[in-house]
Ligand binder design. Structure first.
Ligand code: BEZ
Ligand code: FE
Length: 296
């Protein structure tokens, strides 16, 4: 311990600092310095991502030239997005979905391959552990709605049927809510797991889906509103199709007569995923074949 008397005797020895030239601040020199600061990043992919992030963010700020008040409004928005998240609500994903970023990431990860079903967003309402149904059984436990049979074959890229492929299926009820959003629905209502038979055939019995809004009571909803956009998704049924030795496909089938088909709030619609509900005596019938490619 240094006493008061001892501390008085401590002499200050000047430390020799090597002189450094401080570059004059400019947009270019500042960018170069910010990039220089991540050069020691050992993970090469992280380094690549950080460099791109810095370059794009600098370009964004140089382009927009936000006032300090605007910059704080942006920070405040992102803070609210984070604060809105909990174990069931993911406002960041919603932000990414509603500005088309999720579908762009999806595009770079799942390039279109002839014979393979195109992908779409998973969405936040998938829940593992849905009950298994036999082909032709209904996954609708307590919903109103028009009965539908969605039937077809799961095939490989050569068109050969795949036996025992798994179809995880879920959708909203007639009130526009998924079961996970609505405590009044029975557990796993309108969610089910089906498997193809030896001929690769499946038959899902359900009700015709309806269009609904993505959660719009948070900061992302406010932003949609500010841009004059609606929060609707066109009616659809979600599918995850998988089979041993094949690459799983996450997708959705959209109803062709839906008013929001061309303005889906999350940009999830692709032409090949739009289906027609053919009226029948007791409801509708849909025929659709899925395609999977082998896992590399
Ligand atoms: C959905 O389809 O369930 C969904 C997708 C993205 C955001 C919100 C909902
Ligand atoms: Fe959905």
């Amino acid at each position: 311990m240094i006493t008061r008397t001892e501390s008085k005797s401590i002499k200050l020895i000047p430390i020799k600092v090597e002189s450094e030239t401080v570059t004059e601040f400019s947009e270019q020199s500042h960018l170069e310095e910010a990039l220089h600061r991540v050069q020691k990043t050992t993970d090469p992919r992280l380094k690549e991502v950080l460099e791109a992030f810095i370059k794009h963010m600098f370009a964004f700020v140089n382009d927009v030239k936000p006032s300090e008040k605007e910059w704080m409004a942006g920070i405040q928005f992102l803070t609210e997005v984070g604060q809105k998240c909990d174990n069931v609500r993911q406002e960041y994903i919603l932000f990414s979905d509603t500005f088309g970023i999720t579908m762009l990431v999806d595009h770079h990860n799942h390039k279109a391959v002839p014979g393979v079903t195109e992908s779409s967003v998973l969405g936040p309402f998938y829940r593992e552990g849905a009950p298994a149904y036999q082909n032709g059984e209904s996954m609708c436990q307590d919903s109103a709605g028009d009965p539908v049979v969605i039937a077809g074959t799961v095939k490989d890229v050569q068109g050969k049927p795949i036996a025992n492929a798994k179809l995880d299926v879920w959708q909203t009820a007639a009130n526009g809510f998924y079961q996970v959003q609505d405590p009044l629905q029975s557990d796993f209502n309108l969610s089910g797991v089906y498997h193809t038979d030896d001929d690769g055939h499946f038959e899902v019995r359900t009700v015709k889906p309806v269009s609904y809004t993505v959660p719009d009571d948070g900061p992302v909803g406010r932003l949609l509103n500010a841009t004059g956009r609606h929060a609707y998704r066109p009616a659809h049924v979600h599918f995850v199709i998988s089979a041993d030795n094949y690459k799983p496909v996450v997708t959705q089938l959209f109803t062709d007569d839906d008013a929001y088909l061309r303005s889906d709030a999350v940009f999830g619609v692709k032409d090949s995923l739009v289906i027609h509900y053919t009226p029948e005596d007791k409801g509708y019938k849909v025929s659709y074949d899925f395609g999977l490619k082998s896992a590399d």
